[in-house]
Design a protein around this ligand. Sequence first.
Ligand code: GLN
Length: 482
Amino acid sequence: MSARREGRLTLPALCRALACGALSSLELTRRCLGRLERLEPTVGAFLTLDAPGALAAAAASDRRRQAGAPLHPLDGVPYAVKDNLCTRGLRTTCASRMLENYIPPYDADAVARLRGAGCVLLGKLNMDEFSFGSTTMTSALGVTRNPLDPARVPGGSSGGAAAAVAAGELPFAVGSDTGGSVRQPAAFCGVTGFKPAAGRISRYGLVAFAPSLDCVGVLANTAADAARVYALLAQPLPAQELLPADDSGAGLSGVRVAVPPQGWGPPLSDAVGRALDRGADCLRRAGALLCTADCLPPPETALLSYVALSTAEAASDLARFDGIRFGGPARDPSALPDPAEVRGDCFGPEVKRRILLGTALLSGEFRARCYQPACLVREAVRDGFARLFGEAELLLTPTVPGGAPRADVPLSPREAGQMDLYTVPASLAGLPALSVPFGRDENAMPLGLQLVAPPGREALLFRAGAILEAAGGWLPEEVGNE
Ligand code: GLN
């Protein structure tokens, strides 16, 4: 399937067409639903589709426009959200049997913002169960394939979101990123993924994995599109400096960009090493001054810290799913369920693995031997970035150590963990980070480059991302034609 070149519409083109009446929201929504009907049997990005709700929201947007009301630029644009963001009246499962029948009575803040701006919610996207994973294969409720090669995984845990954008089923999607779950699937599917600084997008209504690391993030066709959605979701309400830099000609004159030294992390594959070199060169040609990032702790150490902290937090968060307070199968309200039975039946193997590991890490001597040192490593990572951003404005790294793996070769937890190697440092430090598609692996699948910035420099991050995208070989055709 060549979904990459066809049908991927970027937001400026869509917003212009809606604004001048060349396209109605209803037409656009019907077009997305038509494409979904054609592609979903192969891609499987959606867990729940709400066609009637989407058509009604689109018709309401068209009525607002006809009435001449002042509209948000994204009014009438279709999108979908990862199934761990609560949607009022629409099933929210976290891809788990535990929440298979859960219908939230409220919207997550991010969803409320998008609804308030008039965006059209198409439905809910597949993910790894409770966001635990790197492939979307731990989903208990469906299989998602990489639209660029259905034999390969889309990445995870926001795999449905990345696949839906890559397949051109919708112009953008909202996911969540704890250790890389927006950036990594974006890289595997050849789209752009943005994780904000900690706290910059409200987490209210996002089912927690590890609250000290969880972020709501954006997947889109371009960095400029991700910036537009971010400007709507950021809190407090968008400040001027958050708005996308519409100065694509501005370049990076004098911007200091740090690149990790040789030996930071395991040796890079040829393809990833080439992509990193070409990316650095492309930023240099745009005026950036390259330097070496030699004050960051090794990514392997950051990864161990991430595993300990995120798993400990996850084990504690998931205690609420016991069939009494939350979750479990539909049941006779007069009989009290047995929590052990409900948890045994409704959680999948990866969830159980993390609960066991996280509980152990918080118990007895492991607390002092593993959990507390992991907290210290997090501090060291934060200090390393603080020093780095005293000397440079941006960090450039690979997003992933390779392209999307095949779906038929199961990964060990260790192999899956390696995919988070370059994304977890920014998560531990709570920094904004962007993955843009850049280069190809030996199977011609996309690779990603990651940019990390200090909080407040998001506009620079998006500008540098757009420069990389233009050279990376994965932009939808239409962008070049604008
Ligand atoms: N792959 C990582 C994990 O399984 C990250 C997941 C995430 O960011 N939600 O922990």
